[in-house]
Design a protein around this ligand. Structure first.
Ligand code: GLU
Length: 309
């Protein structure tokens, strides 16, 4: 087996020469300003090492990667009742598609498309004000990442609110079906703010440990969620974590992962490592071009694909 630190270093060095980097998300004005030439990677292993390369200490907007953490929290809050309001199937559609919602009566396909994540945000509001739900999200992220410095970028949240006409449409539509149970602006307020969490690759890789290590922060370490819950969330990451590019990601990388339009991807090699990559240029599905390439190379070199070989 090659040495992890040299594999990670080689990937960062090789990718710095790649010129085809996709395009930065432009529909959220604050994200459009992020320079495309950045790349970071952080890998945390079962024995507690954190190996980084490139721009691993630069904070970026985690966007949809936050959906993994809010799903964890909502399941903790209302348990399996959540699955009456959101499905577990890949969507095969864009992350912000409206069409599917109509013929499926306002129940989103899965918790990782925008509509599904807005339902999850709504579930987190059961018995809580938006401010309390956001406080719970921030506390959880800081705990799993073991880093009290993590914050929400208010400018990004505002930027998304001002231009989030599609997400507002999705939320209103679901409210009309009774799938959303709280005021639309409350659910959206939580959603826009969770997406605006600002984290570095190092922080994100640490935050993903409980998914890689059967619900614990390290093998045999403190428990965050039951092993079954971690396993199920990872299954959804594999099948739904990259929108309508999920099949392609499983084919190329073979790891459960969740992408965000900020250009980050959180991936887990079960029992072995939690990995965060970031590069702001996206492909046509909204997934980081260099991030996917880096994970493909890493999984291959370390033989980490969950499909073995
Ligand atoms: N905040 C983004 C949106 O709602 C999240 C999309 C993503 O990261 O894929 O459009």
């Amino acid at each position: 087996m090659p040495e992890l630190a040299s594999v990670v270093g080689d990937i960062a060095a090789d990718l710095s020469a790649v010129t085809e980097r996709g395009t930065v998300a432009s529909y959220i004005p604050m994200l459009a300003e992020v320079p495309i030439g950045q790349f970071g990677i952080a890998v945390t292993t079962a024995d507690g090492q954190v190996i980084t390369a490139g721009d691993a200490e630069v904070p970026f907007s985690i966007q949809s990667i936050s959906k993994v953490f809010t799903l964890t929290l909502a399941l903790g809050q209302i348990g399996d009742a959540l699955w009456q309001r959101v499905g577990k199937e890949p969507s095969g559609n864009a992350f912000n598609s409206i069409v599917q919602l109509e013929y499926e009566h306002g129940v989103p396909r899965n918790p990782f498309i925008n509509a599904g994540a807005i339902v999850v945000a709504d579930a987190m509001l059961s018995g809580h004000q938006p401010r309390e739900a956001l406080g719970a999200i921030l506390r959880f992220i800081r705990f799993v990442a073991a880093d009290e410095a993590i914050t929400i970028d208010e400018a990004v949240a505002r930027s998304e609110k001002e231009t989030g006409f599609r997400n507002t449409a999705l939320a209103n539509y679901m409210r009309a079906f009774g799938v959303l149970q709280h005021p639309v602006d409350h659910a959206l307020g939580v959603y826009f703010h969770q997406c605006a969490l600002s984290m570095t690759c190092r922080q994100l890789a640490l935050a993903g440990r409980y998914l890689a290590f059967s619900g614990r922060l390290s093998p045999g370490g403190p428990t965050v969620v039951a092993p079954e819950r971690a396993r199920r969330i990872a299954a959804l990451m594999l099948t739904c974590g990259h929108y309508d590019g999920s099949g392609e990601f499983a084919f190329r990388v073979g790891l459960p992962g969740k992408s965000g339009v900020g250009g980050g991807i959180l991936a887990i090699a079960p029992g072995k490592a939690s990995i965060a990559v970031w590069s702001p240029g996206l492909d046509r599905h909204g997934n980081s071009v260099l991030g996917s390439l880096a994970l493909e190379r890493l999984a291959k070199a370390m033989r980490w694909s969950v499909f073995a070989g």
